[in-house]
Unconditional design. Structure first.
Length: 178
């Protein structure tokens, strides 16, 4: 039996009841993913991204969003997929990510295509599959079984490590000062 945590789940995982709710679904490399809709601020079309030298490949750079400079990452690259050609469906999801030291951080996430907003019930959610200690799956909240597919529900706070998030937000602040 796992250790009970303040989130109510075992080993730091939330229970399906806690995970139920509205999710924005999107596609990356032919796979379906979901983000809690409460974390999504807006969806914008692809635009010019200013690159920042000496950042990881998955950091595309920064954009100016109504006078605020925000970092943008490419989830395909973060997940080890090949970079895709930008199409008319490619977009940036502007999200709120919880930074350990910095509080919430606003950032953009490049995805292949946004699908829809789904209401996912607790009965549709299963825990992520166990792959053993060698494969990191902490960033997966659960697997949602919908009529037509299985969607991977992401924990945005764990997609980036705290050091990656701190580096990215620090670079964005430096760019804002220039």
């Amino acid at each position: 039996m796992g250790v009970q945590t303040e989130t109510g789940g075992q080993n730091g995982r939330q229970s399906p009841v806690e995970l139920a709710g509205k999710y924005l679904s999107f596609r990356l490399g032919g796979e379906d993913y979901g983000l809690k809709i409460l974390r999504v601020q807006e969806i914008i079309g692809m635009q010019e991204i200013t690159g920042i030298p000496r950042t990881p490949d998955f950091v595309k750079g920064v954009i100016n969003l109504r006078g605020k400079v925000i970092p943008v990452i490419d989830l395909r690259l973060k997940f080890g997929m090949e970079e895709a050609e930008v199409s008319r469906k490619t977009c940036i999801i502007v999200v709120q990510v919880g930074g350990a030291d910095e509080g919430d951080v606003i950032m953009g996430v490049v995805v292949d295509e946004v699908s829809e907003v789904l209401e996912i019930s607790s009965e549709q959610i299963e825990p992520p599959p166990g792959f053993g200690a060698r494969i990191e799956t902490d960033f997966i909240l659960g697997m949602a079984k919908t009529e037509d597919a299985v969607k991977i529900l992401l924990d945005l706070d764990r997609v980036l490590t705290s050091s990656e998030l701190a580096a990215i937000t620090g670079e964005a602040r430096m760019e804002e000062m220039v």
